[in-house]
Design a protein. Structure first.
Length: 172
């Protein structure tokens, strides 16, 4: 019985052959997994770039608002509550978009602008009434106004320096 060739042939023919669906799914499953991983990685990169772009847009809008504020002070030589409140609305979000150095600088600008508004109001009240009469007190207030205007001119140049690291396009 051990030497019977028919028994061996039946045993070999009854073994299952390769199941082509199993072979194909075994080959394509890793390919599909790699393709899914690649797509997920590309989505991650795109979303990170979108976040950088949106952050850049918000930071640039804040830079423009601050620059406009300095321009208004420099060109008009005075500032009112309306302009200050618009500036405060713009720079209020700065603490979430920048590190503390920029926020502190913008807050300092706000504080100086309030001082500047008070000085301007003493010299030329918005209600149209007469300001300080000619004399020593008016000279002192005028000197303070000129000092504050000089501060704003200097800070306008500092604005570019402090915003540059956050608005630079050479970083990827």
């Amino acid at each position: 019985m051990k030497d019977d060739p028919y028994i061996l042939q039946i045993a070999i023919e009854s073994l299952p052959g390769p199941d082509w669906t199993s072979v194909i799914s075994g080959i394509f499953l890793p390919v599909i997994a790699l393709a899914g991983t690649y797509i997920a990685l590309q989505q991650f990169v795109i979303n990170r770039q979108r976040l950088k772009h949106e952050l850049y847009d918000r930071r640039m809008a804040l830079y423009r608002a601050a620059h406009l504020f300095f321009t208004l002070i420099g060109s008009a030589g005075k500032i009112g509550t309306k302009e200050i409140s618009e500036y405060v609305k713009a720079f209020g979000i700065a603490k979430f978009l920048f590190k503390d150095d920029v926020y502190e600088k913008l807050h300092n600008v706000y504080m100086k602008s309030v001082d500047f508004m008070v000085v301007c109001e003493k010299l030329y009240p918005e209600d149209g009434s007469a300001g300080l009469p000619v004399g020593e007190e008016r000279d002192n207030v005028s000197a303070e106004k000129e000092e504050l205007l000089g501060w704003f001119r200097n800070e306008r140049d500092e604005l570019d320096i402090i915003f540059k690291p956050y608005l630079s396009l050479d970083k990827s």
